[in-house]
Design a protein around this ligand. Structure first.
Ligand code: ASP
Length: 584
């Protein structure tokens, strides 16, 4: 028998029992006549104890030879510890070892297997099995498991059916590039890996499976950002015979269930905000509601006073940063440099310090009199002691820039605590957005999203005005879910494809199966998908999803452990009918 208990199980009540434990050496302490080894497994750490006075010299020597990460099997008696460790649940006891077996030796790991590791990202990913032995990673995977189980429980209780959809499919237009897989049996043809099961879940609705879900892997060949993985997991859902309200309620219920069961938090009713309002008040479609600093439109108040930059701008927008009137010139210069970085792209930053004595000090003092400042501050509801930060330019860019600045100031002021959860539904998204470069309309969500019935007429006249029954679930400034009510009428779907620049032939070639399905009794339907990895990261109080995925890829899309992607040998390429123009 390899073990009678795990390394996290024994308590003072087990004192006197004969036990066998197996695990890895976390660390050992050799005091000459006495030796301790911390033995670790998935469940915890138990201390092994060896005393020279009553241990066979050979056993003592074996214990001494066991280095970090050796796999040991130890048998002995549970005894009460002299100096207890209140930090760990097994801290009251130790095992007085009578028999020891080295099950396997280990090389010295390239980084320390402690809560705070000294390993860099790529190193940790290369030796992921060692990284996964660390508590933080293990806790993350356990959290992920729990969220998955609770998701299934909730959806199952409402009659949702988990149905698997294929991975080898045809391109789905979710807005990113597809990963493709060559078909050996069909030379010159390729499968695409799903960016989401979107079309399949809609077809399931036509098939009558009116409540579907799947915790499913999706693939998108996008340039990677810190919080993106080429393969990621969604909680993908679809319902038939529903309206937007039914979906919002069902999935608000799901998030509430997860918060309650996984985190012990009772969530309030989730507020709602239209896309237009979110853009107006926060300059972005996923506002972080943990703090205020709402946008103040100062265009009218600040134009026409001789300051050319503002006079020529489409908008002048500001935020009021509470209590920061004491910012030094150096701090303000640093903020100015920050907004001027290419990632933000502002041309400059105007500031006004609202002094405690009621006076103002700004970077554009010569254009605005003290009285004018008073009026501007009054409009922006800036109080003495506050700092006003003002940007100008075209509407969309200025909002985006100021939104970034708002988030920065929120972080700097410590207003974005990870354990303070502020959810939000953003609703009424535009149906389409104009792409200057491509000179055509693109679906804001995806081409299957229905315009609001009262906005149908805009499709032919002014598509930019059309709003959709599309919604995002936002948590602490992160979009964790998004979906829409779908088009279930063939004519409207064809109209939508036409608006997006598909010829009838192209639409038929790519989506003929869906258009056909719509001829056979498609029910009204809609759905949503939640980013499972992100949800896990947020529940775990972290920004990056990487440590909530057992085997993630690095920023260049590489799996550092198995070293993928890699080249194929000539034989495989020939079989797949692939001729490389530039073989490496
Ligand atoms: N398929 C969509 C996505 O992946 C979600 C949905 O509309 O249900 O974003």
């Amino acid at each position: 028998m390899h073990r009678t208990h795990t390394c996290g199980e024994l308590r003072i009540s087990h004192t006197g029992q004969q036990v066998t434990l197996s695990g890895w050496v976390q660390r050992s302490r050799d005091k000459g006549s006495m030796l301790w080894i911390d033995l670790r497994d998935r469940y915890g750490i138990t201390q092994l104890f060896f005393a020279e006075s009553d241990t066979h010299p050979q056993l003592m020597e074996l214990a001494r030879s066991a280095g970090r990460e050796y796999v040991l099997k130890a048998t002995g008696q549970v005894i009460e510890r002299v100096s207890k460790n209140p930090q760990i649940p097994t801290g009251d006891i130790e095992i007085k070892v009578e028999k020891l077996e080295v099950l396997n030796a280990s090389q010295t790991p390239p980084f320390t297997i402690e809560d705070q590791s000294d390993g860099g990202d790529d190193l940790r990913m290369q030796w992921r099995y060692l990284d996964l032995r660390r508590n933080p990673l293990r806790n993350n995977l356990m959290l992920r498991h729990r969220i998955g189980i609770e998701t299934r429980k909730y959806l199952d209780s409402l009659g949702f059916l988990e149905v698997e959809t294929p991975y080898l499919i045809k391109s789905t237009p979710e807005g990113a590039r597809d990963f493709v897989v060559p078909s050996r049996m069909n030379p010159g043809q390729f499968y695409a890996l799903p960016q989401s099961p979107q079309t399949f879940k809609q077809i399931l609705m036509v098939a009558g499976y009116d409540r579907y879900y799947q915790i499913v892997r999706c693939f998108r060949d996008e340039d990677l950002r810190a919080d993106r993985q080429p393969e990621f997991t969604q909680i993908d859902c679809e319902m038939a015979f529903v309206e937007q309200e039914d979906i919002l309620n069902t999935f608000e219920g799901m998030v509430r269930h997860l918060f309650k069961t996984v985190k012990g938090i009772e969530l309030d009713t989730v507020p709602r905000m239209t896309y237009d309002e979110a853009m107006r008040r926060f300059g972005c479609d996923k506002p972080d509601l943990r703090f205020g600093m709402e946008f103040q439109d100062l265009t009218a108040a600040m134009q026409g006073k001789g300051f050319g930059v503002f006079d020529q701008a489409q908008v002048v927008l500001g935020i009021v940063v509470p209590g920061c009137a004491g910012y030094t010139r150096k701090q303000l210069d640093e903020l100015t440099e920050w907004v001027k970085r290419p990632q933000i792209g502002a041309k400059g930053l105007v500031y006004a310090l609202c002094q405690p004595d009621g006076s103002f000090k700004s970077s554009v003092d010569k254009f605005y009199s003290p009285d004018q400042w008073k009026a501007i501050a009054g409009q922006a509801t800036a109080a003495p002691g506050d700092l006003m930060l003002i940007l100008s330019g075209d509407d969309l860019s200025t909002r985006r820039q100021l939104s970034e600045l708002r988030l920065l100031m929120g972080s700097r002021l410590g207003l974005r605590a990870p354990e303070n959860f502020k959810p939000l539904w953003v609703v009424d998204f535009p149906l389409v957005e104009w792409n200057e470069e491509a000179q055509r309309w693109f679906a804001m969500h995806h081409p299957f999203t229905a315009p609001k019935p009262e906005h149908f007429s805009y499709l032919g006249t002014d598509p930019g005005l059309a709003r959709a029954n599309a919604y995002d679930f936002v948590l602490n400034g992160v979009e964790i879910g998004g979906g829409s009510i779908r088009i279930h009428d063939r004519t409207i779907q064809s109209q939508m494809f036409a608006l997006l620049g598909f010829t009838p032939e192209e639409a038929k070639k790519q989506f003929g199966f869906l258009l056909n399905a719509f001829e056979y009794g498609a029910p009204p339907h809609g759905g949503i998908a939640f980013g499972f990895d992100r949800l896990c990261a947020l529940f775990g109080g972290q920004e990056s999803i990487r440590d909530f995925i057992a085997f993630p890829k690095n920023n260049s899309g590489r799996d550092m452990m198995i070293d993928a992607p890699s080249t194929l040998d000539q034989h495989q390429l020939t079989e797949l009918n692939i001729a490389l123009t530039n073989p490496s």
